[in-house]
Design a protein around this ligand. Structure first.
Ligand code: FPP
Length: 246
């Protein structure tokens, strides 16, 4: 690895935390046990990103499709989110983490939404790490809600429809105030995006690992970062142009 590559750190990492269910089933435990263990891996990922000086970490905690899971599993996940908000916010706040939730929160229980909003308000001034948790989120939903907001701006007369471009549209997409996703990680062996951040990962490097989410630790994330540092991010340029720009 050249010395420049060794210092290439992603500004924004997005993770599909897959494999909790299989991790539990392999141990003859209920799937909810895997989600609880997955929470420990969430803690180590946050700590890892803070130590590495990564600006933003976005975690896919519950997709808009996850409602189709058995009611007991959905209930266990909602309980887990409630408890996590109860137990983790003090420490995250003390560590300078700013918490932000993205997704269609209108379908969640009012109590959960109220706690999410309280956590966001409390940690608003923190800058050590931005932690985005996607709950009831879908990439297509995100693009549609941005299209709606763009259309409303045009209807109000704030935006000329013929002037709509990528930059004006991108302002309405979730996470617009943060750096673009540089590194997209999916654990659990599947090689899919599964309707996560579709707009935001346009130029992200994709990294897939067989490791199940509850087994993820600093070594696993370190390997993803090492691989990222080796990649040449051309974004449409030639290798020679990239080298000349660096
Ligand atoms: C996917 O694994 C994981 C989820 C749908 C839930 C992720 C939730 C956590 C890690 C819990 C804690 C999160 C926070 C932010 C407090 P899966 O169930 O699809 O696993 P499988 O592919 O093995 O079935």
């Amino acid at each position: 690895m050249d010395s420049d590559a060794a210092h290439r750190i992603p500004r924004h990492i997005a993770i599909v935390m897959d494999g909790n269910g299989r991790w539990a089933e392999r141990r003859r435990q209920p799937r909810s046990f895997g989600h609880r263990e997955g929470q420990k891996a969430v803690r180590s990922a946050i700590e890892f990103c803070r130590r590495q000086g990564i600006q933003s970490l976005t975690l896919f905690a519950f997709s808009s499709e996850n409602w189709k899971r058995p009611e007991s599993e959905v209930g266990a996940l909602m309980q887990l989110f409630m408890k996590a908000l109860e137990r983790e916010v003090d420490e995250l706040h003390a560590n300078g983490v700013r918490i932000h939730f993205v997704g269609d929160l209108s379908a969640l229980s009012p109590e959960l939404v109220q706690r999410m909003q309280a956590a966001m308000a409390r940690t608003l001034g923190n800058a050590a790490l931005r932690l985005n948790v996607a709950v009831n989120y879908g990439g297509r939903w995100d693009i549609v809600q941005a299209a709606r907001a763009t259309a409303q701006a045009a209807l109000r007369g704030d935006l000329d429809p013929s002037a709509i471009d990528e930059a004006s549209f991108a302002r309405h997409v979730c996470l617009a105030d943060q750096p673009p996703v540089d590194l997209f990680i999916r654990t659990g062996g599947e090689m899919r995006i599964s309707n996560f951040l579709l707009w935001q990962i346009a130029y992200a490097e994709l990294y897939f690992t067989e490791v199940l989410w509850p087994d993820v630790n600093a070594d696993i994330l370190g390997a993803a970062l090492a691989e990222y540092a080796q990649r040449e991010r051309r974004c449409g340029l030639t290798s020679a142009q990239v080298r000349a720009a660096n």
